[in-house]
Design a protein around this ligand. Sequence first.
Ligand code: GRF
Length: 206
Amino acid sequence: MFLKKKKIISFLVSGRGSNFKAVAEKIKNGYIHAETGIVISSSPDALAIKKSEELGIRSIILDHVNFKSKEEHESEIIKSLENCKTDLIVAAGYMRILSPSFINRFRNRIINIHPSLLPSFAGKNAQQQALDYGVKITGCTTHFIDEGTDTGPIIMQAPVKIDEDDDINTLSTKILKEEHRILIESVKLFCEDRLLLINNIVLIKK
Ligand code: GRF
């Protein structure tokens, strides 16, 4: 089979980094036909940095507190992403809001993972929002980032049943397992050029 040129995937992280690790391992073992570019952390304490070192992936800390403005911070991020010729950015638990100019520059090339079935429970603490509302099914969503809060074109979703004895920890754990699965599949589809955007709707080529 003719294999396409490998795409380069970079990651924006802020914390634990389990979604980053799940995808990076699948790149490493060849399940995703791609190469890893760089891991950029917004926080010096992110566990994701340790995980990237263990996987032998280059990482850099770009903490916004060390920059005069959002523009300067993002221009440093862009430099790092472009230095390694990034094709796709995965926002894997990235806690900063990206500016419209950043999003425009990488339009439909930034994938986010969100722990709810969007458009329900956008924004922070999505798992707690679902528990507080009392929905019986929640889940997770991968989408391209646009200028809104968790509003971009949806790539994949997975449902997760909420049981009566679920609390924030048990529910988050159940959702996280599905997050890893659909994020891996979404990145794989992107790398195989199988995500087609028509009128802001993502179609998956067979
Ligand atoms: C995940 O629940 C993700 O959906 C949300 O933040 C969490 C990050 O977890 N955006 P991790 O850093 O990937 O472990």
